[in-house]
Design a binder for this molecule. Structure first.
Ligand code: KIV
Ligand code: NA
Length: 265
């Protein structure tokens, strides 16, 4: 099949069709995800927790992400590879360009950065130099210490309006994709409708243009208590990982996942 690009995703949004996304950190998982028809593979800094066993994503380095991109790109068969810019790897223009260039050279097709309005300049800087940007808003785990924990964002009306405005600013600045984490379903819908770029959600309800899920969560591997938005798809199969990925992909594209059980009101 033809490789997925930002054009592919923009076209899907324009046609009102949903797409799916998953994390993968190694060769076999990347092959499984990509060959199932999942459009976007994320090499995310959640690897700090699920691969490295840290209690947050903060210790992840650009070298860590680069290593996992190398593993993933060899198993990828046509999906778009998105790479997280880890904590403090985009604090100045020079540092941002240098680090984003490393990830793109290793095989990423787009980089993801956490933040709102303050990222507008950075987004413009990268996109003007040929590096597509996915902006990550809502719950931004790199700011866990500032937020005071992992909780639902945008619940009060002012915070919700601010998120809409800042999302529009980032689109204006050149972001190609927006990712929304852990917000009420209604706000996920509102932002998705306000933006022309595709919006990927995790814990953002069923109305976004796409969904993303962490491999280890989908397979029920995380030892702790799963978040409300986490669904174990493996337990809905006869034990086949490939079937679990297909089931997830089908339910995302049919708009049946996430149901209310996995969304925030
Ligand atoms: O690192 C990651 O896995 C992510 C997803 C939760 C969106 O950023
Ligand atoms: Na991440």
């Amino acid at each position: 099949p033809q490789s997925v690009t930002i054009k592919t995703l923009a076209k899907l949004k324009a046609e009102g069709k949903k797409f799916s996304s998953m994390t993968a950190y190694d060769y076999c998982s990347a092959y499984a995800v990509s060959s199932a028809g999942v459009e976007v593979i994320l090499v995310g800094d959640s690897l700090g927790m699920v691969i490295q066993g840290h209690d947050s994503s903060l210790p992840v380095t650009i070298e860590d992400i680069a290593y996992h991109i190398r593993c993933v790109r060899r198993g990828n068969v046509g999906s778009m590879i998105m790479a997280d810019m880890p904590f403090m790897s985009y604090y100045s223009e020079d540092v941002t360009l240098k680090n984003a260039a490393v990830l793109m050279s290793e095989g990423a097709h787009i980089v993801k950065l956490e933040g709102g309005a303050w990222l507008a300049e950075t987004t413009r800087l990268l996109s003007e130099r040929g590096i597509p940007v996915c902006a990550h808003m809502g719950l931004t785990p790199q700011s866990v210490n500032h937020l005071g924990g992992y909780s639902v964002q945008g619940r009060d009306p002012d915070a919700a309006q601010l998120m809409v405005d800042e999302a529009l600013m980032l689109q204006e600045a050149g972001a190609s994709i927006l990712l929304l984490e852990c917000i009420p379903e209604e706000l996920g819908e509102r932002i998705t409708k306000a933006l022309t770029i595709p919006v990927i959600g995790i814990g953002a309800g069923a109305k976004t243009d796409a969904q993303i899920m962490v491999w280890h969560d989908m397979m029920g591997l995380w030892p702790g208590r799963p978040a409300k938005f986490v669904k174990n798809f493996l337990s809905d199969t006869d034990g086949s990982i490939q079937d679990a990925i297909k089931l997830y992909d089908e339910q995302v594209k049919a708009g049946t996942f996430p149901s209310a059980e996995y969304s925030y009101e």
